[in-house]
Design a protein around this ligand. Structure first.
Ligand code: FES
Length: 145
């Protein structure tokens, strides 16, 4: 390999890396910052079970605790009831948190709030959250569509 071939190879490699890097940094239609307000929805076909004895799920042992799994925010209300909604805000797709003190889901990005039933309480979000079913059997919490 002569110098010209080597430089050509390096240049092609760098261009290839740059192409892949730019592909990776483009804003996804489903990623945070999505401006398709009103079209952002939760995942479909949800059906998973959380083992409440596992340390990774220990947040759900206390009232007001929550965690995110499979695109779903699972919370335990102050009344001890398990609820589950889509993890992403319907405004611009940022991850929500659960505020146990008020039993509301909240988006720190622009301040939207949702009730424990997923209903919009505070804009700019204008679409309710997708709500999932929960069933507790012993220490197994099933979350499903
Ligand atoms: S992303 Fe704007 S309020 Fe949630």
């Amino acid at each position: 390999m002569d110098r010209k071939q080597f430089l050509s190879l390096i240049g092609g490699g760098a261009a290839t890396v740059a192409l892949f890097s730019c592909t990776g940094c483009s804003k996804s239609s489903q990623g945070p910052g999505n401006n398709n307000q009103g079209t952002i929805t939760g995942p479909t076909g949800i059906d998973f079970t959380l083992d409440l004895t596992a340390s990774a799920n220990s947040a759900l042992l206390a009232n007001g605790g929550y965690l995110a799994s499979n695109g779903v925010l699972v919370a335990r209300t102050n009344a001890g009831v398990y609820i589950a909604v889509q993890q992403s805000c319907t405004h611009q797709n940022y991850p929500l948190i659960y505020n146990g003190a008020s039993d509301e889901f909240f988006c720190n990005n622009h301040g939207s709030a949702f009730s424990d039933k997923g209903v919009v309480l505070n804009s700019p979000a204008n679409r309710n959250l997708v709500v999932y079913n929960t069933t507790l059997s012993g220490t197994s919490l099933r979350v499903y569509s």
